[in-house]
Write a protein that binds this ligand. Structure first.
Ligand SMILES: Nc1nc2c(ncn2[C@@H]2O[C@H](COP(=O)(O)OP(=O)(O)OP(=O)(O)O)[C@@H](O)[C@H]2O)c(=O)[nH]1
Ligand SMILES: [Mg+2]
Length: 407
């Protein structure tokens, strides 16, 4: 058999990660672009493509594309898929020559996609092709992301032995410990079957390592509404699994990388910088209002006005900068006013806490009042940051169908 020629890939990025999915430059008639990553799936690829097209022709006639992304498989998977292209114009085949890896293959496919909704399904028929008939309606109902899950409703795994079940659950447990905010969002965060709206990930740098693209999408995407649909993960009928020890190590690497890049360290540093700017506002205003050389107002009135202006200053900067990753999910004036009310309340409690700590540390423990003030400020900054990130700038999440598909 002749060697498969690389599919046109001139507009794709080089192998450097992170990878970004572009927004659509012009309106497209393609609603769904479903990517099928393959490596040595010659025995199943044609059957899968035909089944998928038959189902999609029923629900999205003329409005979908299938994109097979193959990594130059020695069993000529890409060639077999390409042979179907004449008969199925909605089929694209991309053959990567120098890259390997499931998640990056999917991203390459999405980069070339024209659909408003992007999806992924395995090429070995372990994801039953007919499940697309249940995934698509969930998107139509408004979900940003719909996940095929082995752990909701009618979902399950077919004949996994105890070892495989333990490995899968163990991997999920490690994820829950390292990234609880990501792993708790869905019942099956390690699923390789999902659809996501392009707008939820367009322009966001994604750096998956290995297999698990969904956790990257959950962690970094603008995903607010999630639906889950149960499915049975089928036994592999042909071909071989590509999971190796290296895949497990890549998974751990991915989790640790996400843990650090999603950490609150950056937000805390921004919060502290904003806090410093607020101190300057407070001091300058107090001087202008209270000093006899200026307005000469009484101390309490001057201090109250100065503090409130500092709180407003801090709120605006935190809303526009420190927590911008949250505020962009909650636009509108009424949301902003709610955040302001919570922030104000937390800062006032912080002020009370600050004063109480200074009195406690200096008068009861005999610490110099300036040092006591410094310690109190340090403690209250953490307190303020923690409460504000949990209450004022809490990321809103709504599940479209928390129980999943019960059919
Ligand atoms: N393009 C590309 N596809 C890959 C690569 N590794 C795996 N795939 C495809 O990704 C899908 C899932 O890979 P599998 O090895 O079947 O992983 P799995 O289904 O979790 O594990 P098994 O149950 O053991 O099959 C299949 O369609 C593979 O052909 C890769 O390096 N490049
Ligand atoms: Mg498989």
């Amino acid at each position: 058999m002749p060697h498969v020629a690389p599919a046109s890939s001139t507009h794709l990025q080089a192998s450097a990660v992170p990878i970004q999915i572009p927004p659509l430059s012009q309106p497209s008639s393609v609603q769904l672009s479903l990517v099928v990553p393959t490596y040595n799936e010659a025995s199943s690829i044609c059957s899968l493509i035909r089944q998928l097209c038959a189902h999609l022709d029923m629900i999205l006639p003329g409005a979908y594309e299938l994109i097979v992304v193959d990594d130059n498989s020695p069993d000529y998977t890409a060639k077999l898929a390409q042979e179907l292209q004449e008969e199925l114009p909605q089929l694209k085949v991309i053959c990567r020559q120098r890259e390997r890896g499931l998640a990056t293959a999917v991203l390459r496919g999405w980069q070339a996609a024209r659909g408003e909704v992007l999806g992924v399904m395995d090429g070995d028929l372990q994801h039953p092709p007919e499940i697309i008939l249940k995934l698509w309606p969930a998107i139509q109902e408004g979900a940003d992301l719909v996940v095929g899950s082995r752990y909701v409703g009618s979902g399950g795994v077919s004949h996994w032995n105890l070892g495989r079940r333990l490995v899968s659950r163990g991997a999920q447990a490690i994820g829950l410990v390292l990234l609880p905010g990501v792993f708790r969002r869905v019942s099956d965060p390690l699923s390789g079957l999902f659809l996501v709206r392009r707008q939820a990930i367009a322009g966001i740098p994604l750096s998956p390592k290995g297999y698990k693209l969904l956790i990257e999408v959950l962690a970094r995407g603008r995903v607010t509404t999630i639906a889950e649909v149960g499915y049975i993960f089928q036994e592999r009928q042909n071909g071989e699994s590509k999971i190796q020890l290296q895949t497990c190590l890549q998974y751990l690497h991915h989790l640790i990388h996400l843990r650090f890049s999603l950490g609150q360290v950056g937000a805390f540093l921004r919060f502290s910088t904003v806090g410093l700017s607020g101190t300057v506002v407070d001091m300058v205003l107090l001087y202008l209002l209270h000093d006899p050389a200026n307005l000469g107002w009484d101390l309490i009135t001057s201090k109250l006005i100065a503090s409130e202006m500092a709180i407003l200053n801090n709120f605006l900067w935190n809303d526009l900068w420190t927590f911008r990753h949250v505020t962009r999910l909650q636009p509108g004036l009424s949301n902003r006013l709610k955040r302001l009310a919570k922030f104000n309340m937390i800062c006032l409690i912080g002020l009370f806490l600050n004063s109480s700590l200074v009195i406690l540390l200096s008068e009861r423990l005999g610490i110099h009042y300036l040092l006591a003030n410094l310690i109190a400020i340090g403690i209250v900054v953490f307190w303020n940051f923690y409460l504000n990130s949990k209450l004022s700038w809490k990321s809103a999440e709504a599940k479209l169908d928390p129980g999943g598909d019960k059919s």
